[in-house]
Structure formats: C-alpha cells, structure tokens
Design a binder for this molecule. Sequence first.
Ligand code: APR
Length: 250
Amino acid sequence: MQHFESSELSSSGPRVVVMTGAGISADSGVRTFRDHGGLWEGHRPEDVATPQAWRRERKLVWRFYQQRRAQLGAVSPNPGHAALVALEQRVRAAGGEFTLVTQNVDDLHERAGSRPIHMHGELAWLRCERCERRLHDLEQVDPDRFVRCDACGHDALRPDIVWFGEMPYHLESIELAVSSCTDFIAVGTSGVVWPAAGYLHAARQLGARTWVQSLDAPENLDPSDRFRPGRAALAVPALVDELVLELGLR
Ligand code: APR
C-alpha cells in the first residue's frame, strides 16, 4: 500500500474514511450475513454467492438475488445512513476529505444522500458475462424469469455482485484513501471478509485514529480502536457527534 507524506496532500482538514458493512443496513430491515447463523432455503449465503454456484445452480442463485433486489423497494435509509451524510458535509466544510466505502450491495447510502464506493458491487445493477454490458434495473425482479442481454442476446444477465473468489471493485482508490487517512471508521462489519477486513489494521498501522461501531465486537478489533457498541441507527449518530467534537469540526 502506498503511503503519502502529509506535505504531498492538498486538504487542510481531516481525511476521513468510513467503511460500512451489513450492520448499518440491519436497522433498515436488511438481513446481515453472519449473525443469525441462518440458512437461506437450506443454503449458506456463501454457497449461493459464488461464480461456481451461478454456473451449476443458476435458478437458485437468481432467485436468491431477485428476492434481495425486490426487497430494496421495501426498505429505507435509517438515521445511521443520514448521520454519515452529515459527517461528510462537516468534514468537507472544514476543508477535509471524506471517502465512504461500503461492502453493502443495497442502495441505502445513495438514498440517504451519499456517493459510496461499492467494493462488492450493487444489487441495482446487472451485468452480461459475455459482452460486459451493465444494466441499471430494479424493475424486473421476477424470481423465475432471467433477464436477457439486449446488446448481445446472452440468455441471462448476472447480478453485478462481487462473489466469493472474485476481485472486489475499486481497490486502488480505496487503498489510496486509506493510505492517507487521519481517521478510519468501521461501521457494522464483522471483519472477516478480506480485503475489506484489512483496512482497519492498515489505517491503524499508518497512524490513523480508528473508530469501530458494531453490535458485536468484530474479529479485527484491536484494543487501541475506539469501539462504540450498539445498534447503528442510534450509535452512528452518537459517534458522529463525538467525531465532530474530537476532530474540531464545529
Ligand atoms: N447495528 C450495528 N451493527 C450491527 C447491527 C446493527 N443493528 N446488526 C448487526 N450488526 C453487526 C454485527 O455485529 C456484525 O459485526 O454487523 C456485522 C455484520 O456482519 P456480516 O453479516 O458479516 O456483514 P459484513 O461484515 O458486511 O459482511 C462482509 O461478506 O458475505 C459477504 O460480500 C458479503 O459484503 C459482505 C461481506
């Protein structure tokens, strides 16, 4: 990971990176991956979220994602999402930089007013594996009907989701932001999926202040991290209030 000396950087205020995971969407009613121990129709999520499953059991994988795509219409952002929008505004008003990275594939950050980097893709997009055309579409959510590619005729677009074993998106921009951040904040992520889980450690090693908000202590938590347990809808707004004071954003 590249490291930049502060003299090379243009911003005068704090440089904040926020990494969110399923926990922030849990308070909007979106199921997390790991804390229910639950199976989806007898399958572990890890078993349907692979390119191998898409090749072998395409109907099952499609149904799984169509349910999740349909669910987006029934959920709304919560005060945790809104608090991160307010934090971004304060950081920018202070002349700082703000980067929001999310592992979530829902669109709740966008609907709250943020522009996140989606490192694991987005439910709202479909992608053709044959010609790489991407289609933004949340209309066709029938679990039993595939969506044909209207560019090359391929019979089934896939969800534009980064599955297990695939390369996450935008790693270069994320690493650049992490390598120069003054404050790194992890929200609602269990810290078990890499490379996302490694950024907290990387920021810590590079001297950033590290903040962690989650219901349960994540795997990658270190005693030096400022851990603020609780439900995201309450705890993230409280953490943002704390950051505003600590970073002198008023
Ligand atoms: N408020 C805050 N945190 C919560 C809440 C809540 N209401 N509910 C659960 N959490 C926390 C849990 O304690 C846990 O630490 O959110 C975390 C959810 O962990 P995971 O389900 O593992 O989600 P995440 O870390 O985002 O998963 C990473 O794994 O399956 C893949 O690609 C998928 O992006 C996903 C990645």
